[in-house]
Design a protein around this ligand. Structure first.
Ligand SMILES: [Zn+2]
Length: 418
C-alpha cells in the first residue's frame, strides 16, 4: 500500500480529540480556571512576568476561595513554564485550575501542558469557569475538503468529503425524458426539446456547484463522475464557473448514479483523494480484509487473540475502532497473589468486576483495575512498536470493523503458523 502522509497520525488525532473532550467537560467552582496560549517565538520570561502581574491583580479577588484557587493556578502555570528552557517550535498551551470532584472542598489542582500540533499565532490569557479550548479545537479540525459531483441526464448529486466526513449536500433531478425511439420530423423536434432541457439542467447543476462548493475555503479539488457521457457534456459546456473547473482533479466513469454513485466515486477516484482520512480508513480495513482472505495466517482478530499477538510483539498494524465498546478488567489479590485479566464487552464489565471482587482462589477482597480497552490495546501496541490506526465508523469498512470483528484486529509481522 502506498505510504500516505497525513498531517497527524490517527492515533495522535484520537488522543487530541479525547483530551479536548475531557478538558471541555471540566468546570471550575468559580471563575478560576486558567487557559494560557503562548505563541511560538514568545520568550517565556516575558510570559512569566505577565503572569506575575496577573498574580498581583488576583490578590484583590474578594471571594477567599476563588482568590486562593486563582493564585494557586497561576503559581502552577509559572512553575510549569520554568521547566522549559525556551518556547517549543509550535508554542505552548497550559491549562491549570482546581476541578471539583464533589462537594465544596473536593477540588483538586489539575495541570495540562501541551505542545500543540500546529503553530499557535496568538497570545491568550484567560481566567474563566471553563478551560478555553477553541483554538486547539479549530486546529485539530480537518479542513481540507474535496467536492464530489455525480451527474447523468436524470439527476445530479453534490457532496463533500472532509477528513472522515462524507456529506451529501444536494440532490437535484433533471426532468429530462429519455431518448425517443421513433423517427421522423416529430422525433427531431423532440430531440431538440430534450437537448434544451438537458442544457437547462446542466446550467442548474453548475449553479448548485457554485453555491455549495464556492464558499469552501479549503477546497482542494473536485471529482466529477457518472455513468455515460453526461459528465463530459457538463464539463465541456462551461457550466461550472472557471475557478471551480480548475479544481477538477478527476473525471470518473461510474456504474451508479445518485448517492450510490457518490460512494462509487470515492472508491474509484481514491488516487485523487489520497490524503483524506476517509479514504485512508477504507484502505486500512481493506488491507486487513485482503490479508484475511489471502494470507489468513497474517491476521489476528478477537480480543484474546489480538492481545496475545500484541504481547508476542507479532503485530505490524493494529486497527482499532473508535467505537470499540469494551473494557479491560484486571484483578489482583493482595492476600495470595492471584491475578487475572480479561477484555470484555462494556456491558459485561460490571458482572466481571463483581465476580472478581473476591479472590476466586482464597476468597479475600481483591483489588480491581478497570479501564477502556482502547487505551489498553494501544498501550500494548506501543510497547512493541506496532503501528496503531484508530478507525472511525464513518465508512462502511469502519462499521464492519466494529460490528463484524469486535472493533479490534491486527495484521501481523510474520505468519502465526511458523
Ligand atoms: Zn487470593
Amino acid at each position: 500500500m502506498a505510504e500516505v502522509k497525513l498531517k497527524r497520525s490517527s492515533l495522535e488525532q484520537y488522543r487530541l480529540e479525547k483530551l479536548l473532550k475531557e478538558l471541555k467537560s471540566k468546570q471550575g467552582r468559580g471563575t478560576e480556571l486558567i487557559s494560557l496560549y503562548i505563541p511560538a517565538g514568545r520568550p517565556l520570561s516575558e510570559v512569566v512576568s505577565t503572569l506575575r502581574q496577573e498574580y498581583s491583580t488576583a490578590q484583590n479577588i474578594k471571594d477567599r476561595t476563588t482568590r486562593h484557587h486563582v493564585l494557586d493556578a497561576l503559581m502552577s502555570a509559572m512553575q510549569r513554564l520554568k521547566l522549559f528552557k525556551e518556547t517549543p517550535p509550535n508554542g505552548l498551551v497550559v491549562f491549570t485550575g482546581y476541578i471539583p470532584h464533589g462537594p465544596p472542598g473536593s477540588e483538586k489542582m489539575e495541570v495540562y501542558v501541551l505542545e500543540p500540533p500546529e503553530p499557535i499565532n496568538v497570545y491568550l490569557y484567560r481566567c474563566d469557569s471553563r478551560f478555553y479550548v477553541d483554538f486547539l479545537e479549530e486546529m485539530i479540525t480537518e479542513k481540507d475538503t474535496f467536492g464530489l459531483i455525480v451527474i447523468d441526464r436524470s439527476e445530479a448529486v453534490f457532496a463533500t468529503l472532509r477528513g472522515r466526513r462524507l456529506e451529501i449536500l444536494e440532490h437535484i433531478t433533471s426532468g429530462v425524458p429519455g431518448k425517443h425511439s421513433a423517427g421522423g420530423q416529430s422525433a427531431r423536434r423532440f430531440e431538440r426539446i430534450i437537448e434544451q432541457l438537458a442544457h437547462e439542467f446542466y446550467k442548474r447543476a453548475g449553479e448548485y456547484a457554485k453555491e455549495v462548493f464556492g464558499p469552501i475555503k479549503e477546497l482542494k479539488g473536485i471529482l466529477v463522475g457518472g455513468p455515460g457521457p453526461t459528465k463530459y457534456d457538463f464539463l465541456d459546456g462551461d457550466y461550472l464557473p472557471s475557478d471551480l473547473k480548475r479544481k477538477v482533479v478527476a473525471v470518473v466513469d461510474l456504474g451508479y448514479t445518485g448517492e450510490e454513485g457518490v460512494y462509487e466515486l470515492v472508491e474509484k477516484g481514491r488516487s485523487a483523494l489520497q490524503d483524506i482520512r476517509y479514504v485512508r480508513e477504507k484502505e486500512l480495513v481493506q488491507d486487513f480484509l485482503y490479508h484475511l482472505a489471502k494470507k489468513p495466517s497474517y491476521v489476528a482478530y478477537g480480543y484474546e487473540e489480538v492481545k496475545q499477538r500484541l504481547l508476542e510483539g507479532a503485530v505490524r498494524t493494529l486497527l482499532i475502532s473508535e467505537g470499540l465498546d469494551a473494557e479491560y478488567v484486571k484483578v489482583s489479590c493482595p492476600a495470595c497473589g492471584w491475578t487475572g485479566e480479561v477484555v470484555v464487552k462494556s456491558s459485561k464489565a460490571e458482572e466481571q468486576t463483581t465476580s472478581w471482587s473476591r479472590c476466586p482462589k482464597c476468597g479475600q477482597a481483591a483489588s480491581i483495575d478497570r479501564r477502556s480497552a482502547i487505551d489498553y490495546f494501544i498501550e500494548l501496541a506501543e510497547a512493541t512498536r506496532s503501528q496503531v490506526e484508530v478507525i472511525s465508523t464513518a465508512t462502511e469498512e469502519g462499521k464492519g470493523l466494529k460490528d463484524s470483528f469486535g472493533g479490534v484486529v491486527a495484521i501481523l509481522r510474520y505468519s502465526k503458523e511458523q
